[in-house]
Write a protein that binds this ligand. Structure first.
Ligand code: FES
Length: 157
């Protein structure tokens, strides 16, 4: 049985209220919500796929594309916002040419925002592939992205 079926099996005869937990568990196990996954969930819950997309896009914790090799998460919680996280996010969007939730075509970069990373004392914070960066500025971010690009060009991309 694949991960997807294992998740659905935990929610037998589930109704609409199981939608968010199911989406969370599927995303947890697969990294994102593929079109196939949404179709399967739609069948299981007897809910139209369009409805599921509608609900899932409302909560911006869900992604519909696999993560990139370099996955950036920018915190936009209150503490980080006060310290200028929106400027960091704007710079990330500009440099990566991505909106939160998107992955670049070459699958190298992806961007996401979260409501709080639990490190408010270090705000604004950002995370790249699980590594935390404290007190990030747009300039610091530019350097980090440039380093990723340099690593890739050395790898022959
Ligand atoms: S608000 Fe950003 S870490 Fe808490």
């Amino acid at each position: 049985m694949n991960d997807m079926e294992a998740v659905l099996k935990k929610h037998p005869r589930a109704g609409r209220d199981a939608l968010i937990p199911i989406l969370q568990e599927v995303q947890e196990s697969q990294g994102y919500l593929s079109r196939e996954a949404v179709t399967r969930i739609s069948k299981h819950l007897n809910l139209p796929a369009a409805k599921i997309y509608g609900v899932a896009t409302f909560y911006n914790q869900f992604r519909f594309q696999p993560k990139g090799k370099y996955h950036f998460t920018v915190c936009r919680g209150t503490a980080c916002h006060v310290k200028g996280s929106n400027r960091v996010l704007e710079m990330a969007q500009k440099m990566l040419k991505l909106k939160p939730g998107q992955t670049s075509r070459d699958r190298l970069f992806s961007l996401e925002t979260v409501a709080c990373m639990g490190a408010c004392g270090l705000s604004p914070v950002m995370n790249l592939n699980g590594e935390f960066y404290a007190k990030v500025t747009p300039q610091k971010l530019v350097k980090i992205i440039q380093e990723c690009r340099e690593t890739e060009s050395k790898n022959g991309h």
